[in-house]
Design a protein. Sequence first.
Length: 263
Amino acid sequence: MDLELAGDAALVTASSSGLGKASAKALAREGSNVVLNGRDEGRLEDARTEIESVASGRVVTHAGDLTDPDDISELVSVTVEEFGGLDHLVTSAGGPPSGPFLETTDEDWYAAYDLLVMSVVRLIRAAADELRAGDGGSVVHITSHSVKEAIDSLVLSNSVRMSVIGLEKTLSRELAPEVRFNSVLPGPIETERTRELLEQAIERGEFDSYEEGLAAKGSTNPVERIGRPMELGNTVAFLCSPASAFTNGITVPIDGGLGRSNI
Ligand SMILES: NC(=O)c1ccc[n+]([C@@H]2O[C@H](COP(=O)([O-])OP(=O)(O)OC[C@H]3O[C@@H](n4cnc5c(N)ncnc54)[C@H](OP(=O)(O)O)[C@@H]3O)[C@@H](O)[C@H]2O)c1
């Protein structure tokens, strides 16, 4: 299926690794021009090399911290300067730390809100005019299945990410019909974030090794494994594309069927 993304302009945040990188790769493979973002220049260059191997459009990197409002404005400006506009915004970010509620400080709460919510607010504010100006703007948020079912030891993710869903649903009406807003809710997918969380779980004594933790996560999933990043990236590209033009204001779990909610 041709997703009709060739020549479009996309900005994917937190895309030097993991789910952001897979989303950027899927968009680039479909012919979209893509700006990659992350804080570390070296990781960005590695991601660019990987993505260019499948891309037919241009792949540009721009380092910036999503907790810095100036970096966010610059990221949007650079995308518009490079590609002459902005059609698709995919928001991802690093994940908040895990741990028990009673050990979570005010600073932890504010840092998680800044990274996961205010980055999205500021990105959309900066990009709104450009997204509305084209003929089919789209925004896709990469959040977590924690918005549907709370995950043990992830109080910040369980609580703070709900704001992004409220924002998505509000804007899917307020900025329609020019811009569509949707979210994907990853279940366990093998990325550096998964390694980081499993290492924290090993420190808490929940597993003896990374391999044991990975096997445990896979064994509770109906498809008997955890996910691969491109299995989410492909859905993100579809949600950005005109092929999903009547899909607006929804949340799509990408979790192998792990979630037990009926809807
Ligand atoms: N993988 C999963 O199983 C899973 C499941 C549910 C939810 N999620 C959520 O999905 C999101 C993406 O996770 P992932 O698996 O793709 O993680 P990842 O592989 O660790 O990638 C995280 C990306 O975010 C960038 N980043 C982190 N902090 C940043 C900041 N302040 N400014 C700019 N870029 C920043 C990192 O680059 P630099 O460090 O170089 O900046 C990297 O490119 C996270 O919020 C995670 O919690 C993941």
